[in-house]
Design a protein. Structure first.
Length: 556
């Protein structure tokens, strides 16, 4: 009797955040039936593997060209999403009565005709001898060799140890934006700018006036593609993000021919240094090059304004008061575009990343549009752009919201839910990929105990997928919490839930294609998210934020 009483108490406490599911106190064996009926009433059956397959085969098709930000493929995908939202009767919530929230981008490109780089007075050829970054510059100076250019306290790496590089041009053996050999993101512990600095940051700190990057084999093997990327496409960034941070240091990327010329007659030649940096030897100490050698960079750049967009739409709630509050759903519809070919394929389709989340949101939108009565709260859909560039779209939306941010009661982010680990898969790159009935759930408990409990209880009473919570930890070395759009909502105090299938062999590869997706899994996860969305939307009070974002997650 006593024991039973305790059990009832536990059920009672679970019932609090979930009145619609548990309020009826049915016997346990009927609970699943009840939830299934409820799911049908709410339109969850509209979400199907077949429907998502047809959406995703469009979104992740080669014609979308990998959906880089900005690109024609991304714009076409945006039109496809908006066209469907229009058909389903969604309320546009972007700019000027459209579903598009426009983001102005500034693009800087090299003006090759006006650019001149000289070594000891001898003019070098742009595109052949070097690739100039699109930073207008007029500098010249003596040269220092500075290892890989990085500072990483925990690894005892200090590229400028015991050398004065002030006012000089540093030659570093690393690829621009690349990581030094043998290091991973997880090795960068502590605070950026203090405990670690990349080559550009550390050079600036040392008073260096310009950088010559000597890139690795992979960069050299794709020299032509890199030339196109750096010289023709240039660098692009949202105009509103411009003011922050110092400008770029002038830099060029050297061909092997130029690297040889730079180290001619020095105590270590370019081949030896290349071997040390990329082969496996240890990196020699920094040294000043012959003071008679002088490099000058006169780089001209052209600037233009182009655009991209988030897609924003609202499904209005049915309750006259609660409809002013929103449950936000998010995914990123961009990917990394066209890149280095692998087995002859250069289109990075991004079917899982994040075609799957993009599709899941479309499927949920279609389901809502078929369902009466409506959920009590409104549902805000945001398809973000530029996630792969550094969470651009979500940062832009949360800094320039088109609805009041404090009316968002929770944000649910879906980034990769389409892949599953097959039985007998021993590929180490699929080690952490979740199985067909599994998904990683991250962040749901970090700010709101109620939201975390609701997420688990909804799943238990419905499809009972295996929710793997191992990354739901502020100390997660993978830092998944920072690595997708939900982060920008959490930063603004909005509790979030992040659904994710885990890293796999095709992550950021041309092989992330729609034929490799487990559509049954996508259906299960999307229906589960959909039911979670309804539970949050129909609660009488919004999920309470009872803890601040953990300190490890608040910074960055
Ligand atoms: Zn992603």
């Amino acid at each position: 009797m006593k024991r039973l009483f305790i059990v009832f108490l536990l059920i009672g406490s679970l019932a609090l955040p979930l009145p619609s599911l548990y309020g009826q106190r049915r016997p346990a064996k009927n609970a699943a039936v009840t939830t299934a009926t409820l799911a049908t009433q709410r339109g969850a059956d509209v979400i199907t593997a077949a429907q998502m397959r047809s959406f995703l085969y469009f979104i992740a098709s080669d014609e979308m060209e990998g959906r880089d930000t900005p690109s024609r493929g991304l714009d076409t995908t945006a039109k496809f999403i908006a066209m469907n939202l229009g058909r389903w009767g969604f309320k546009p919530a972007g700019d000027n009565g459209t579903c598009f929230q426009r983001i102005a981008l500034r693009r800087d490109r090299v003006d090759a005709a006006q650019t001149r780089v000289e070594l000891n007075g001898q003019t070098l050829t742009a595109g052949e001898d070097y690739l100039p970054s699109a930073t207008a510059s007029h500098i010249s100076g003596q040269l220092v060799f500075a290892g890989n250019g990085w500072f990483i306290k925990a690894k005892d790496i200090d590229a400028y140890k015991d050398i004065d590089a002030k006012g000089k041009i540093a030659v570093v053996f690393s690829s621009p934006m690349g990581f030094p050999r043998g290091l991973r993101r997880a090795d960068l512990t502590g605070k950026q700018g203090e405990d670690w600095m990349n080559a550009a940051e550390y050079a600036r700190k040392q008073g260096v006036v310009g950088i010559v990057y000597v890139p690795d084999f992979q960069f050299l093997a794709n020299w032509d593609r890199n030339r196109q990327r750096i010289m023709e496409r240039g660098t692009t960034i949202p105009e509103k993000f411009q003011a922050q941070g110092p400008g770029q240091l002038p830099s060029i990327t050297a061909s092997p021919k130029l690297a040889n010329a730079l180290f001619q007659g020095e105590k270590q030649n370019a081949t030896a240094l290349f071997e040390a940096a990329y082969g496996g030897g240890s990196m020699p100490s920094p040294f000043a090059l012959n003071p008679d050698k002088k490099l000058s960079l006169n780089v001209a750049a052209k600037t233009e304004t182009i655009g991209t967009q988030n897609i924003v739409a609202v499904w209005e709630g049915g309750d006259p008061v609660l409809k002013d509050e929103y449950v936000a759903l998010g995914a990123h519809y961009d990917h990394v575009g066209i890149g280095n070919p692998v087995n002859g394929d250069s289109i990075y389709n991004g079917a899982d990343d994040d075609g799957s989340g993009t599709t899941a949101l479309l499927a949920m939108a279609e389901a809502l549009s078929h369902t009466t009565p409506r959920p009590k709260r409104s549902v805000l859909f945001v398809w973000h752009c530029g996630e792969e560039k550094g969470l651009w779209g979500s940062r832009y939306f949360t800094d320039n919201p088109t609805i009041p941010l404090d009316h968002i009661v929770a944000q649910i982010n879906i980034d990769m839910i389409g892949r599953s680990k097959k039985d007998g898969d021993t590929n180490p790159r699929n080690k952490d990929l979740s199985g067909p009935n599994e998904v990683y759930v991250i962040g749901s408990t970090m700010m709101s105990t109620e939201l975390g409990d609701l997420t688990l209880a909804t799943n238990k009473s419905f499809l009972n997928l295996n929710f793997d919570l191992r990354y739901d930890d502020p100390k997660d070395p993978n830092r998944f919490f920072f690595r997708s759009d939900h982060y920008n909502y959490a930063r603004k105090g909005i509790p979030i839930i992040f659904f994710f299938d885990g890293v796999h062999e095709d992550y950021h590869q041309p092989g992330d294609s729609p034929d490799k997706i487990d559509y049954q899994k996508m259906e299960k996860v999307t229906r589960t998210v959909y039911m979670t969305l309804w539970e949050v939307a129909n609660r009488s009070v919004r999920p309470k934020v009872d803890k601040p974002l953990p300190a490890q997650l608040a910074g960055n």
